[in-house]
Design a binder for this molecule. Structure first.
Ligand SMILES: Nc1ncnc2c1ncn2[C@@H]1O[C@H](COP(=O)(O)OP(=O)(O)O)[C@@H](O)[C@H]1O
Ligand SMILES: [Mg+2]
Length: 145
């Protein structure tokens, strides 16, 4: 368990960091995100969107970033709306051209190149912080309607 400003009395789900080091961690991460989405009261459709987005990001951290971490936190906006915030971080090579990496069909590996672009379309907020030699951190938020 990690301290997190998004957690606290009444927030329910504490922020939790999951290691993404091995193939089996991808499944564990997906299950953890699904459980958090269920606990947060998302619909089945939204649960699937969040899990799919998380799955792409942890796979990227594993394949392209050489492994990293995923943190799940409950988020609240100013009006008290609840959501889930996932932060996937690695200290791999980073991305030199983010716009190119976000383009559907672009892949430097054996992938289909729809991971980043697809993920952005599945969530309400998407931020990517990356630089060559400094790793990659992607943060996504999905709000409850
Ligand atoms: N965590 C990361 N670290 C380094 N490069 C990344 C990372 N995530 C994505 N990329 C780069 O962005 C490209 C596009 O990613 P993505 O859309 O998920 O497609 P794919 O994973 O199928 O290649 C990748 O091929 C890779 O070059
Ligand atoms: Mg990918």
């Amino acid at each position: 368990m990690l301290p997190d400003e998004l957690t606290g009395p009444g927030q329910g789900v504490p922020a939790r960091e999951h290691a993404v080091r091995a193939e089996e961690d991808l499944l564990t991460a997906r299950h953890a995100v699904r459980a958090s989405a269920v606990a947060a009261g998302f619909t089945i459709v939204d649960q699937t969107k969040i899990v799919t987005a998380a799955s792409e990001l942890v796979r990227n951290a594993y394949i392209h970033g050489g492994g990293g971490t995923m943190t799940i936190a409950v988020a609240r906006d100013g009006r008290g709306r609840a959501g889930l915030r996932l932060t996937v971080r690695d200290e791999g090579p980073g991305i030199a051209d983010v716009e190119q990496a976000m383009t559907d069909g672009f892949s430097t590996g054996a992938g289909l190149g729809h991971g980043l672009g697809g993920t952005r379309r599945l969530v309400d907020e998407f931020t990517i912080d990356t630089a060559p030699g400094h790793g990659t951190t992607v943060t996504i938020v999905r709000w409850k309607p």
